[in-house]
Design a binder for this molecule. Structure first.
Ligand SMILES: Nc1ncnc2c1ncn2[C@@H]1O[C@H](COP(=O)(O)OP(=O)(O)OP(=O)(O)O)[C@@H](O)[C@H]1O
Length: 265
């Protein structure tokens, strides 16, 4: 059980994100061109947690990769605050489904690797310990990744991203590989880190319950071409009750919107 602990000394302020009329075309394997994202616009306030939901191929990861600066739009622009995104930057952290830890390094060294690679030496040790504590792994600081459960490995990945003090944290199906029980605990864990840090978070998920449980608003995307169907604010009180009438009503509404009503996969 992860208990409440003091926040690290440098609370990062989340930043506003604006996606203005972004389109992206790709070449498919049969060499035809197709539109992966079509005139997508989105505005995220500082410190908001926003989920991207939609069927496979609707462009969720492409949009996330653009915000990360790993992909450039064919038209439109993306801005953090008033600054245009032109490439990757430590102020935008990424966490994937695979925690991608260095297997030959301990938890401590994995968390330390980022700041050291960027040449940050001042206070790194102290901060590494703070972030390991923040994700509740102080008893595992000297453990190697193969000794960690899936949830613990993902906590290391979160600490490794957060130690760079990102203004925006981009999470691509971060809990997708976890069993249902661990996944629910990790949803609370991510929410706790979000509340402690104030980081703006963009969260890709296939799980509608997860999106409703966690988000301030849910961006519903549809494929061919990938675009935003609707942005739904989630105004339920936190912590949210997955079995409340309002929760279930919103779930049904989203399922219907995605044309999955009655089809639980
Ligand atoms: N570099 C690329 N080259 C060609 N096609 C690409 C490239 N990246 C993505 N695509 C295609 O663009 C479309 C959108 O992909 P994307 O991965 O963004 O969708 P997604 O909504 O994240 O899907 P999933 O839920 O399955 O991860 C898909 O048809 C995908 O095959």
């Amino acid at each position: 059980m992860v208990t409440a602990i003091p926040s690290p000394s440098h609370i990062s302020e989340g930043a506003a994100l604006r996606v203005n009329g972004v389109s992206k075309r790709f070449i498919s394997p049969d060499r035809s061109e197709f539109t992966a994202l079509d005139n997508v616009s989105l505005s995220v306030r500082p410190g908001q947690l926003v989920s991207l939901v939609g069927p496979s191929g609707c462009g969720k990861s492409t949009l996330l990769r653009m915000i990360a600066g790993l992909e450039t739009p064919d038209s439109g622009e993306l801005l953090v605050g008033s600054e245009k995104i032109t490439g990757p930057n430590a102020s935008r952290g990424l966490v994937f489904q695979d925690p991608n830890l260095f297997p030959w390094l301990t938890v401590r060294k994995n968390v330390e690797a980022g700041p050291l690679a960027r040449g940050v030496r001042k206070d790194t040790r102290k901060e590494v310990e703070e972030f390991i504590r923040l994700v509740g792994l102080e008893n595992f600081a000297d453990a190697f990744p193969h000794h960690l459960s899936g949830g613990m490995a993902q906590r290391v990945a979160l600490a490794r991203a957060l130690i760079n003090h990102p203004q925006i944290l981009l999470l691509d199906e971060p809990l997708g590989a976890l069993d249902a029980f661990t996944r629910m605990r990790m949803q609370d864990e991510v929410l706790r880190l979000w509340q402690a840090r104030g980081t703006t978070m963009i969260f890709v998920t296939h799980d509608i319950d997860e999106a409703i449980y966690m988000s301030d608003s849910i961006v519903i995307m549809t494929p061919r071409p990938g675009k935003i169907e609707e942005i739904i604010p989630v105004e339920l009180e936190r912590p949210r009750d997955r079995s409340s009438e309002e929760f279930l009503a919103l779930r049904a509404r989203i399922l219907k919107m995605l044309h999955f009503a009655g089809d639980e996969h």
